[in-house]
Ligand binder design. Structure first.
Ligand SMILES: C[S@@+](CC[C@H](N)C(=O)[O-])C[C@H]1O[C@@H](n2cnc3c(N)ncnc32)[C@H](O)[C@@H]1O
Length: 280
């Protein structure tokens, strides 16, 4: 395995951070558009004094937890918030725009499927390389690993290249698994993760909501689930928080239930799925 110096790792992390900032630079405008659509300024003006998140969401008829995410001070900076009728109904903004979920849309549009998978692959390449650089111990001694929602298999290709002792199972929806590139040491399996996850020593997730199924897929005593996800740090202003919050807006806009989570929310999700221990 190629070993990078701390300076190189830090420089790469900073470059990735800069790129994420440019990629997501549109999100404050989306938030402002939402604030205008909600007429938040008018609601506050009419109310005549400061409003709590609970009062404001009640006045707007929208979900308090979504409003809280949109109203996050870091994302808002000088302005305010986001939403749409679709969001208050619980469907994603993507659904509202296209009349179907992102996954239905990609399954029916091969060109968009390719574009989306390519975009995810760019993310996977960077994210997996960073994970391997920072946590090489995690992958020692693993026989098999299933990447749940693994897209075109780029994350696994990166992992198996660095750790050739691992047998990789790339699991995604059939329309994604069927067009994934062949690669030695990796098998592609198509299916719905809410129904079953292929058996392996380790389940790896860069997207979430199916922890319970992952728990069933791994050995009871020795199995692990590795989750590569952001942890939102409320009240803290470290240099990555902008990216985490922007990613949360992307989830809000494109998925029905997807979100980035605080450590307390992760704790709840992990405990609810029946896991007794976790390490962050
Ligand atoms: C946000 S992408 C993440 C891709 C990749 N893991 C990464 O982080 O770069 C989510 C992936 O989950 C897949 N997916 C969505 N719903 C699924 C389901 N019900 N069963 C299996 N895969 C699903 C999508 O096709 C997509 O490839």
């Amino acid at each position: 395995m190629e070993v990078k110096s701390i300076k190189e790792v830090n420089e790469e992390a900073q470059a990735q951070l800069d790129i994420w900032k440019y990629v997501f630079s549109f999100t404050p405008m989306a938030v402002v558009k939402c604030a205008i659509e909600f007429q938040i300024a008018d609601v506050l003006e009419t109310h005549g004094r400061a409003m709590t998140n609970a009062d404001l969401s009640a006045a707007l008829g929208c979900s308090p937890s979504i409003l809280h995410r949109i109203m996050s001070p870091v994302m808002l900076a000088p302005w305010h918030k986001l939403s749409s009728r679709a969001l208050t109904n619980g469907a994603s903004a993507f659904d509202a725009a296209h009349g179907k979920s992102l996954w239905e849309y990609t399954s029916e549009n091969p060109a968009h499927n390719k574009q989306f998978n390519d975009a995810m692959a760019s993310h996977a390449r960077l994210a997996m390389s960073a994970i391997i650089d920072h946590y090489p111990e995690t992958f020692k001694g693993i026989g098999s690993l299933v990447d749940v929602g693994g897209g075109d298999g780029t994350a696994l290709r990166t992992l198996v290249k660095a750790c050739p002792w691992i047998h990789g199972i790339n699991f995604d929806l059939p329309h994604v698994a069927n067009v994934a590139l062949h690669s030695d040491g990796i098998e592609h399996v198509g299916g719905d993760m809410f129904e079953m996850v292929p058996k392996a020593d380790i389940a790896f997730l860069m997207c979430i909501d199916i922890l319970r199924k992952c728990r069933e897929a791994i050995p009871k005593d020795t199995g692990k689930v590795i989750i590569a996800e952001a942890v939102i740090k409320e009240g803290e202003q470290d240099k990555y928080n902008y990216v985490r919050l922007a990613l949360d807006m992307v989830m809000l806009a494109n998925t029905e239930k997807g979100k980035e989570r605080t450590i307390q929310e992760w704790e709840y999700v992990v405990n609810s799925a029946g896991f007794s221990r976790y390490t962050v």
